[in-house]
Design a protein around this ligand. Structure first.
Ligand SMILES: CC(C)(COP(=O)(O)OP(=O)(O)OC[C@H]1O[C@@H](n2cnc3c(N)ncnc32)[C@H](O)[C@@H]1OP(=O)(O)O)[C@@H](O)C(=O)NCCC(=O)NCCS
Length: 174
């Protein structure tokens, strides 16, 4: 299966997506990175999507589609607000404590939930789509905080022009 960029779209996360997202988070190759701290970290993710129109409205969640099929998830968030977020497994204050301006640096996250879509360049396309959205918003920098062991995620960031700032902190000036 060859995937064209035009076949990949992202659409805002809906309530009906929660079950699927939860199922994806349980998959070993995903939970290893997104829920490495265990059940509490999964609960944080679910809380954040459930409250996406409420107290976590600064986290913008999307479902990734290949044509009409739901194949993954991604998000972006303004680091100005993210630095105050308490979440298992992340020290956002340490990463973004120096960000004093809104609409400057945005963190991104992504996963491919359906295994048959892995390693086809879709991770790269998702990052490009998120980058376009952040440029439209007027952001100046994109960040990602993959574990240093997550070589696929780091590869996909580097191939999109991100540079390592320090361990687990990758940035791209836009
Ligand atoms: C990270 C992730 C989104 C990458 O998506 P992807 O569409 O498979 O990545 P791509 O096809 O764009 O490939 C990115 C690079 O990794 C390599 N790669 C990806 N999967 C691979 C595999 N199973 N074996 C070997 N290399 C692989 C690709 O060859 C490519 O390298 P290149 O640019 O040098 O060619 C996907 O692996 C995933 O969902 N992982 C679990 C969730 C996760 O870790 N999210 C990120 C948290 S920070």
């Amino acid at each position: 299966m060859v995937i064209n960029r035009s076949e990949i779209k992202i659409k805002p996360f809906q309530d009906e997506d929660i079950l699927l997202f939860s199922k994806w988070l349980d998959k070993g190759y995903i939970s290893k990175w997104l829920c490495s701290e265990g059940k509490d970290q999964k609960a944080d993710w679910l809380d954040e999507v459930n409250e996406r129109n409420g107290r976590y409205s600064f986290l913008k969640h999307f479902i990734v589609y290949h044509n009409n099929t739901k194949i993954g998830y991604c998000l972006y968030a303004d680091c100005f607000f993210l630095k105050d977020l308490e979440e298992e497994g992340h020290d956002f204050e340490d990463l973004y404590g120096d960000i004093v301006e809104k609409n400057h640096t945005y963190e991104i996250g992504y996963l491919i939930g359906e295994e048959i879509y892995l390693n086809k360049g879709i991770g790269k396309i998702i990052i490009q789509i998120l980058e376009e959205k952040i440029i439209e918003l007027g952001g100046h920098e994109i960040s990602a905080d993959p574990s240093e062991e997550n070589i696929f995620s780091i590869k996909v960031l580097l191939s999109n022009g991100f540079k390592k700032k320090k361990d687990g902190d990758y940035r791209k000036v836009i």
